[in-house]
Design a protein around this ligand. Structure first.
Ligand code: 7RM
Length: 652
């Protein structure tokens, strides 16, 4: 934690003195106004989670052990049996809530669909039978590569219903990235769409899927949802239209109880190497964790609230807080397909007004973008239905927090800044909005049932000041491993500090015990809340025939949090345009991984042992004075680079 950058961040945050206690009017209707949940969980966290599992989840067979913990593996609610799809659908319909709206779907072009819990149950049962008819059985993996349309939730819930694990790949990933993930998971079936809407145009998903499936021997069938109405090629015998299969499908598929530790899904996320990790999540613990956090962090009143999480289902936030948490809690949600500036900059605020959204959950990068667009867009709309705001994906700077509070929440909505990861399954550190006094930019405290501590380099607990964020005991939604790579699981999360889960984030505790998250301490970048490893982008760059060597760093960016900056050395005698290389990265990984800027350099700064000095490259990219360069093999390399960058035309 010796980086200047991190010290600056700590100093900035130390200056933040504003505090916002829950208002009386919020406290009057809140689920949790006092500290009793914390007190209960502090007494016995296992018993606390058992109570949540009992109250929030319906079990076919009750568990006989709450938690089995053999570091680094935990099992929760052992012996218990349940079906996640039953919990998200059937039980609400059986309780007479079939006509309650599950989703108000808003397509980017303006088309809408209202989907009740009965509707959703009907679709999921049929699609479960479709999957069965395609040969999918319990334990198989199914890949999902869809736009943000209700069929994404249908496909996920149908997998859960029959015990197949889904692996959702974000629709913005390239054919190559999709193929890598399908091959790692050895999925049998791929569910995709002809295309989806984005900024007024249709993006051709099926084309990417075709390219991917050309190199995925395990895929037997491809199911295609019609959404973009764009032309596609259907391969007879392999490809099937979703609507054709659905009309022929049996409408009844009884939910089969699954073991509490049955694999529910894989979700690939970037680590510090070039190969994404298939994070494993299972059934009973995960559902308990996401229902509990969705209920209490968002203070959910399912009969009154309209919940809108703006994430894509391709990320963990979409899994936990669009599909599983909210549906298990019987919430009514908005699902939006497109971008926030189509047809104009006020689309999000228009949607909030239209559906009278009460709880809005989005990312700091989005908030900073809205800030740039100005206050006129939100000012045009009646946002008075909002009563709670949330933030996720990266640290939220106090300035953005205050803007969000004032211009979206009209100074009355609490903001829950929620820290968690793909690996944690659900929210870990967050205020409880009716109980916690907020500080702008702080995620405040570990939730009841969660143990979080900051430690120093030697693993010693820090009570005040900066260090590494660790988790001290298992929790129900924790990852159960990395698909096919037990060693990497142990190594990545459980080897840095004995007996503790290492999150990879820096954090600081202030003198009142508030947690301030400071971003990644490893080679993982966070661009607009999306995790991308420097190595992944470097591998993509060097896979271009003209590139000899590449170094990638995440530099601070006022909108996206971090921006990808690449330094590239070309093969002698070869030339290539910056744009060509950026597009090459988009083809290899996806548009989100495109470097913002590429600097060409004859050499990269290296230590004598040949390690690229990324810290120096970050300093250079952010225009800082260089710190210690004594370990450099050739100090001239950096001076040369600085000169080039100073001379280069600016991007902004
Ligand atoms: C939910 C999600 C995880 C990484 C994590 C952090 C960063 C997420 C916050 C945050 C500060 C937050 N899963 N992060 N939320 N940093 N404050 N409230 O984003 O697996 O995609 O990313 O995101 O660095 O390690 S993720």
């Amino acid at each position: 934690m010796a980086d200047n950058e991190e010290h600056d961040a700590i100093d900035d945050l130390l200056l933040e003195q504003r505090k916002f206690a829950p208002t009386d009017s919020f406290k009057k209707q809140t689920l949790i106004a006092g500290t009793h949940l914390y007190d209960e969980a502090n007494q016995d966290y296992e018993a606390f989670w058992a109570r949540q599992a009992d109250e929030l989840v319906s079990w076919d067979t009750k568990w006989n052990r709450i938690c089995e913990w053999e570091l680094p593996y935990s099992k929760w609610f052992v012996g218990g049996r349940l079906n996640v799809s039953y919990n998200c659908l059937d039980r609400h319909v059986l309780a007479g809530k079939g006509d309650k709206v599950a989703f108000y779907f808003e397509g980017e072009p303006g088309d809408t669909r209202t989907i009740t819990y009965s509707d959703l149950l009907g679709e999921v049962q049929k699609f479960s039978n479709v999957l069965k008819s395609l040969g999918v059985v319990k334990g198989d993996r199914v890949n999902i590569y869809l736009p943000m349309i209700p069929e994404a939730a249908v496909a996920m819930l149908a997998c859960a219903r029959i015990g197949a694990a889904h692996s959702v790949v974000f629709g913005g990933f390239s054919a190559q990235a999709l193929a890598d993930r399908i091959n790692d998971a050895e999925a049998k079936v791929l569910i995709t769409a002809d295309g989806g809407w984005r900024r007024g145009d249709v993006f051709p998903l099926k084309q990417q899927a075709d390219e991917a499936v050309a190199t995925t021997p395990t895929i037997e069938h491809v199911v295609v949802v019609r959404r973009g109405n764009n032309a596609v090629t259907m391969k007879p015998g392999r490809d099937h239209w979703y609507h054709d299969l659905m009309v022929a499908a049996d409408p009844v598929c009884v939910a089969e109880p699954m073991d509490s530790e049955q694999l529910l899904f894989l979700l690939y996320t970037s680590g510090t190497t070039g190969k994404p990790k298939g994070i494993m999540h299972t059934t009973g613990g995960y559902l308990t964790h996401v229902s509990y956090t969705h209920k209490y962090v968002f203070d959910l009143h399912p009969e009154k609230d309209i919940f809108w999480c703006t994430a894509d289902v391709g990320w963990i936030t979409g899994h936990s807080y669009i599909v599983y948490g909210p549906l298990a809690n019987g919430a009514t949600q908005v699902m939006y397909e497109g971008v926030p500036n189509f047809p104009a900059n006020d689309r999000m605020w228009q949607i909030i007004e239209k559906y009278k959204v009460t709880i809005f959950y989005t990312a700091p990068t989005a908030i900073r973008t809205y800030m740039k667009w100005g206050t006129e867009a939100p000012g045009k709309h009646d946002l008075s239905s909002l009563r709670l705001l949330g933030s996720v994906g990266e640290p939220i700077n106090p300035e953005a927090w205050m803007w969000y509070r004032e211009h979206i929440g009209s100074n009355k909505c609490p903001i829950v800044d929620t820290w968690w990861q793909t690996e944690t399954g659900g929210i870990m550190i967050s205020p409880l909005p009716g109980a916690t006094t907020l500080k702008p930019g702080s995620a405040t405290f570990a939730l009841p049932g969660i143990g979080a501590e900051v430690v120093d380099d030697a693993g010693v607990t820090v009570l005040k000041g900066g260090g590494y964020l660790t988790l001290t005991h298992p929790w129900p939604g924790m990852l159960r491993g990395i698909w096919g790579d037990a060693e990497r699981y142990q190594e990545t999360y459980w080897s840095r500090f004995a007996g503790r889960y290492f999150a990879g984030d820096g954090a600081k505790l202030d003198d009142e015990g508030y947690l301030w998250l400071l971003g990644r301490v490893d080679d993982v970048m966070n661009v607009s809340g999306h995790r991308i490893s420097t190595t992944e982008v470097e591998s993509a760059l060097v896979s271009h025939p003209s590139v000899a060597e590449a170094a990638v760093v995440g530099a601070n960016d006022s909108t996206t949090g971090q921006a990808i900056i690449a330094y590239v050395t070309l093969v002698t005698g070869k030339e290539v345009d910056e744009q060509v290389l950026r597009n090459h990265v988009a083809t290899e990984i996806g548009a989100i991984a495109k470097p913002k800027t590429i600097y060409f350099t004859p050499d990269l700064p290296k230590t004598r042992s040949g390690k690229i000095m990324r810290r120096l490259l970050r300093d250079v990219a952010e225009g800082r004075n260089l710190g210690d360069t004594t370990t450099l093999a050739d100090a001239n390399v950096v001076l040369e680079l600085q000169k080039r960058i100073a001379d280069a035309p600016s991007e902004d």
